[in-house]
Each structure stands twice: as structure tokens, then as C-alpha cells.
Design a protein around this ligand. Structure first.
Ligand code: DSN
Length: 413
């Protein structure tokens, strides 16, 4: 994108974007929830579809002039249904949190019991955390990981579910480096008669690549953001499975009503166009290679970090992310994040399971390979990246080495 008009009309904004472009180009982006979107997605995002109000759904809008908006939204829905193999999808969610909120509104009532993974173990705020709508308006209880293995203990999950009898169970995580067994969650949810929602925001790109098990055959509802491993715009999909529709044939309609008029107004149709573009890409064989390469890269990175003396939560990874427990290195998560940032390596501080430090200054960092893999980096580069992380945390300035590595793997925009 050349930003010709922006440069002329608003130099200040243009220059900030240019600085960000340079920062991004010269850094190793390792926050596992981030990625680099393609120029085609960005073009759709900046399109004139931004201008249209389209409250409602295709063919049932509250505003006129929506014939092409209907086309784009229907195309996006079709691509999502085909890619994930689901009978129903809503593509209007502004992002992951409102998408999860819509699932609560469609499946349970305020005050009902819901169960999700606790934040310390890698869950998300919207899975019942007390300061979030999900913990304020619903009676939330939590499952976590085992203290020794850092793995989800499914028997414990079953025990808690049978004791608490939640009406909705959420599975899926933001900082869990291992495979999630959706089938086991489904057995537990069925035993207690709960709805089961899989939030696959982090792993949806891996799921469509065949690099992680799909929840679709097992759960009732699936939510995902579209900008993480799926590599699209900031948005969300809410999908109802055959199982979900069998449980409640109106579940799709209820989700629609929860999104609009329940939670949102006009859908962002330019974003929906961008999601359609990313879904087309995600259906191509190259995307499947991409998803598998993310995991291969992450495994090599984890092995190298272990060899360099780092303690990894659960002892490694099965997916796109790693959580490093830095307590044996005598450095906090916040310090590690800022030291690495000075060397152009971007990670985020993160709690580790059973962390005794505060969430604002936790004991770990979270890092991953989706964006590096988008730059075409492979296993050999992961070995270099691991050693650069180690050297930086030992106090060496590795910024020049990082920027030369970045130059060899240019970004596509
Ligand atoms: N903020 C996202 C993440 O970083 O994992 C979750 O919403």
C-alpha cells in the first residue's frame, strides 16, 4: 500500500504508520496471538465497504442499498462454513470478546453457572474471570492444569463439572502449549448436560491446516478471532455445529440475535470482506503447509530453549506457542520482555501455572511462531532465534543480529 493520499492529507498519521512499518520490519514478532496480514486482506480492509450501515443480516437489513453488502457477507459466511465444515456461522462479531459474549447470551441466563479455564493456567478473561462480564454477570467456576505436568487434568475437570453442574463449559486457551482434547470435554459436558463452546481463537489456523484436532465434531459452538493463526483482519466467527443444532435447532438464530441487536450495531463490512479474503487463502494447500510449519518451528524453538537451560511450562509444546518459566533464570517476565524488546525481539510477559508473582509482573513470558513462519522462517532460523533470546537475556545486545536476520526474511508489506 502506498498511502499516497494519506501522505498528502495527514502527514502526521502517515509518518507514525511509516515508523511502525519500519519497527515491524526489523523485529522478530513472537507474540503468539499476532501475525502479519497479507496485502490482499489489507486492501479489502481499507475498501469503501467501510462506509455502509447494514444493521441486520443478509436480505433482512434495516438500511437500504445493501445488495452488494449482502453479497460480501454471504460469501464470507459460505467460505467459513465450507472451510470449517459447519452448518451455521455468524461473521459479524467485532472481535473475540463480543463473540464469546454472544455465546453466553444465546446459551445461558445471567446468574447461571459457567465453567472455563482459569487465567493462570492459560484461559481467557471471557471464560469467567471475575473482572470481566463473564465473571460479573455469570456465576463462574474454573478448572486449571495439574501442578506437576501443567496439563489439563480431564478427570479433575469432570469432578468439578459434576460437582458444580455448569450450564455452559468453555474450552480453549490463550497460553496453553498443548493439544486440547475436545472429545474429552464433550464427554464431560454431555454427562452434566452443559453446552460446550470451544474458543479456538489461538489455534483456528492450525485446525484448518490439520495441525491441531478440530473441535467441530464434538462441541456445540465454536468461536474464533480471525487475526491470529488464521492471519486475517481483527474480527470473529461464531459457528454452530450439527451437534449444537441438534441440541437446539434455534441456536443459530439465538446467536444472530445476541450479536445484533443484542450486543452490536452495524457490522463492519470492510472487515467481513477482509475475513472472506483470509478464508479463501486458508482453504488453499499452501496454508495447510503454513499451519504445519508453525508447529514444526515451535517444536524446534522449544527444544533449543530447553537445551539452553530454559524451563518451559509443560516441558514443551504441541502447537504455536511456548510459555517460559523464568524463575530459574532469576529474571521476571516484565524484565525479560523489555530486555528482549531492546534487541527487537517482541514477546509478552505472562503468568505461569501456580504463579505467586502478580499478573502485572509475572514469572514468565509467552512466545510463538505464527508471525515468524509468515516471514518464511523455518527450523534453522528457530535455532538462531533461540540462541539470540538466550544471549539477549544474558545481557548481550543482539539487535544488529536480529535486524540482519529480519532482512533475509522480508515481510510482504
Ligand atoms: N489478547 C489475546 C492474546 O494475546 O492471547 C487473547 O484475547
Amino acid at each position: 500500500m502506498n498511502y499516497k493520499n494519506l501522505k498528502e492529507e495527514d502527514k502526521q498519521v502517515y509518518e507514525i504508520i511509516e515508523k511502525e512499518k519500519i519497527r515491524r520490519y526489523n523485529t522478530l514478532e513472537m507474540i503468539p496471538s499476532e501475525n502479519h496480514t497479507s496485502p490482499a486482506v489489507l486492501e479489502a480492509l481499507s475498501s469503501i465497504l467501510n462506509d455502509k450501515y447494514a444493521e441486520g443480516y443478509p436480505k433482512k437489513r434495516y438500511y437500504g442499498g445493501n445488495e452488494h453488502i449482502d453479497e460480501i457477507e454471504e460469501l464470507c459466511q459460505k467460505r467459513a462454513r465450507d472451510l470449517f465444515g459447519v452448518p451455521y456461522v455468524n461473521v459479524q462479531g467485532y472481535s473475540g470478546s463480543p463473540a464469546n459474549h454472544a455465546v453466553y447470551m444465546a446459551t445461558v441466563n445471567p446468574g447461571d453457572k459457567v465453567m472455563g479455564m482459569d487465567l493462570m493456567s492459560g484461559g481467557h478473561l471471557t471464560h469467567g474471570w471475575k473482572v470481566n462480564f463473564s465473571g460479573k454477570y455469570y456465576d463462574s467456576v474454573f478448572y486449571g492444569v495439574d501442578e506437576d505436568t501443567h496439563l489439563i487434568d480431564y478427570e479433575k475437570v469432570r469432578e468439578i463439572a459434576q460437582r458444580e453442574k455448569p450450564k455452559l463449559i468453555l474450552c480453549g486457551a490463550t497460553a496453553y502449549p498443548r493439544v486440547i482434547d475436545f472429545k474429552k470435554f464433550a464427554e464431560i459436558a454431555d454427562e452434566v448436560g452443559a453446552y460446550l463452546c470451544a474458543d479456538i481463537s489461538h489455534i483456528s489456523g492450525l485446525v484448518v491446516s490439520g495441525a491441531h484436532l478440530s473441535p467441530i465434531p464434538y462441541v456445540d459452538v465454536v468461536t474464533t478471532t480471525t487475526h491470529k493463526t488464521l492471519r486475517g483482519p481483527r474480527g470473529a466467527l461464531i459457528m454452530v455445529t450439527d451437534k449444537g443444532l441438534k441440541k437446539d435447532k434455534k441456536l443459530g438464530e439465538k446467536i444472530n440475535k445476541a450479536v445484533f441487536p443484542g450486543l452490536q450495531g452495524g457490522p463492519h463490512e470492510h472487515t467481513i470482506a477482509g475475513i472472506a479474503v483470509c478464508l479463501k487463502k486458508a482453504a488453499e494447500p499452501q496454508f495447510s503447509d503454513y499451519g504445519k510449519q508453525i508447529v514444526k518451528n515451535c517444536k524446534v524453538l522449544s527444544e533449543e530453549l530447553i537445551a539452553l537451560g530454559f524451563n518451559l511450562v509443560s516441558g514443551g509444546t504441541d502447537n504455536h506457542l511456548i510459555v517460559v518459566d523464568l524463575r530459574n533464570k532469576g529474571i521476571s517476565g516484565s524484565n525479560a520482555q523489555s530486555i528482549l524488546e531492546k534487541s527487537n525481539i517482541i514477546v509478552n510477559k505472562n503468568t505461569v501455572p501456580f504463579d505467586t508473582a502478580s499478573p502485572f509482573n509475572p514469572s514468565g513470558i509467552r512466545l510463538g511462531t505464527p508471525a515468524l513462519t509468515t516471514r518464511n522462517m523455518k527450523e534453522e532460523e528457530m535455532k538462531i532465534v533461540a540462541s539470540l533470546i538466550s544471549l539477549a537475556l544474558e545481557g548481550e545486545d543482539v539487535k544488529n543480529k536480529v535486524t540482519s536476520l529480519c532482512e533475509k526474511f522480508p515481510l510482504w508489506n
